[in-house]
Ligand binder design. Structure first.
Ligand code: PLP
Length: 424
């Protein structure tokens, strides 16, 4: 492994010793950054820490990563190396994993309404596990991939979540699930179990208990019509903010599994997305422009930065709380704070990232750091108005390096490079 003092966005930089992500961002700016390109630093050690934590506190549940949340290839490689599997929404996502030589049995295709060409693709590559929630999907699968292993998705919504999915996906567990299972049986399809998704950023831990109870009821019905289910997918939904403690959620999952699925021959999986990556990425935006305005007696400042609600702040459009920035170089910032509005870089007038937050006075070329920007950010970014996509540098610490370096995925095509924080 060569030693470098510059980061390269295609590589995973192994940082020796203790470090702060902010220091790495500052170093990028000071040493080789050309001012106004938006960049982020993704600490993959945090992603792995979260994987290991779940393994410890929710040991019955096998982890799959919902790659739609952040499909950065280095995240995929590192998670694959520590033993995480993958949930995919499309053929292109599956194709990326297969190109990394990730075994097709480590993938679940959990989009309940799959395009025909994607079904043909998974049939060809024998990606067996897939989700359905409608009669139409059963007929499609019967025609194109009749020996697929099917998972029935039912609806069970959290009372409060950042993003509800139930209106769109998941059949009614009482009214529709038995009907769909009977149709599947008539078509001689291989249904192996059930899945649910309580909603992204779940704020009601108890919902996992309710959903696991529904799952048991569907297992019991299935047995009556000749399906001995062995597969339970508890979906995604764990929050990912840095401050999140998932223990209350895992306690409820563990307890519900013990109560409703005491048998140990049931394979239980999860498909978390934001839990792994949200807290792992710090974005560094540049102040492109500034205007002072007078609002009554108050002087306010408007900033224009090189990020946008059409780039990493898509969540803003869905009314989900977004990171509050801080100056990346606090010492050079003034001490007086002003009510500030932070606008995005596109010409669109709703492209407002924050309004009336307190910030010290900043100038053109200064940097703002936004923490906790790894989930549904770069994955949802558009190039509206011609701005190029965020450049993301990935780093890991020595401990994580030790865990992954000998995995097959890094043997054939290693992009692990030692990075000396104080080298030049
Ligand atoms: C089928 C499926 N699984 C998993 C996820 C990941 O959800 P989260 O990021 O809330 O964990 C999603 C998100 O939309 C999803 O649709």
């Amino acid at each position: 492994m060569g030693v470098k003092c510059l980061l390269n966005a295609n590589e995973i930089s192994v940082v020796r010793g203790k470090y702060q992500v902010d220091d790495i961002c500052r170093r990028i700016v000071n040493n080789y950054y050309d001012m106004d390109e938006l960049f982020g630093v993704m600490d993959l050690s945090e992603v792995v820490r979260r994987f290991l934590r779940l393994k410890e506190i929710m040991p019955r549940v096998e982890q799959f990563y919902a790659m739609k949340c952040n499909p950065n290839e280095n995240i995929l490689k590192v998670l694959a190396a520590v033993g995480c599997n993958f949930e995919c929404a499309s053929m292109n996502e599956i194709n990326r994993l297969l190109n990394l030589n990730i075994d097709q049995n480590r993938i679940i295709f959990a989009n309940p309404s799959k395009p025909i060409s994607h079904l043909e693709y998974v049939a060809k590559h024998q990606v067996m596990k897939m989700v359905f929630d409608s009669e139409m999907e059963l007929y499609k699968i019967h025609k194109l991939f009749p020996n697929a292993e099917l998972v029935l998705r039912f609806r069970c919504d959290a009372k409060k979540a950042d993003f509800m999915l139930g209106e769109k996906y998941g059949c009614n567990p009482i009214r529709d699930a038995p009907r769909l299972l009977k149709i599947a049986k008539e078509l001689d399809l291989n249904v192996i179990g059930v899945s649910f998704h309580v909603g992204c950023g779940c704020k009601e831990p108890e919902v996992y208990g309710r959903a696991i109870k529904f799952a048991r009821d569907i297992f019991n019905f299935a047995l009556k019509i000749g399906y001995a289910f062995k597969f339970l997918d508890i979906g995604g939904g764990f929050p990912g903010e840095l401050s999140t403690d998932v223990k209350p959620l895992t306690d409820i999952v563990n307890e519900a599994l013990n109560m409703h699925f005491p048998e140990d021959n049931i394979r239980v999986i999860s498909e978390f997305g934001q839990y792994y990556v949200a807290g792992a990425c710090t974005l560094t935006s540049n102040i492109l422009g500034k205007r002072k305005i007078q609002d009554g007696n108050t002087e306010k400042i408007m900033y224009f930065i090189n990020d946008s609600v059409h780039r990493n702040f898509v969540n803003k459009v869905c009314d989900i709380a977004i990171a509050v920035p801080r100056p990346l170089f606090p010492n050079s910032a003034s001490t007086t704070e002003y009510k500030s509005t932070v606008w995005g870089c596109t010409i669109e007038s709703n492209d407002k990232i924050h309004e009336n937050i307190m910030l010290p006075e900043l100038n053109c070329g200064d940097y703002l750091a936004f923490e906790g920007m790894g989930a549904y950010t770069q994955a949802c970014e558009s190039n509206f108005c011609g701005f190029s996509k965020t450049l993301v540098y990935t780093i890991i610490d020595e401990f994580t390096y030790g865990l992954i370096k000998n995995d097959e995925i890094f043997k054939t095509n290693s992009n692990l490079v030692e990075f000396k924080l104080n080298y030049c």
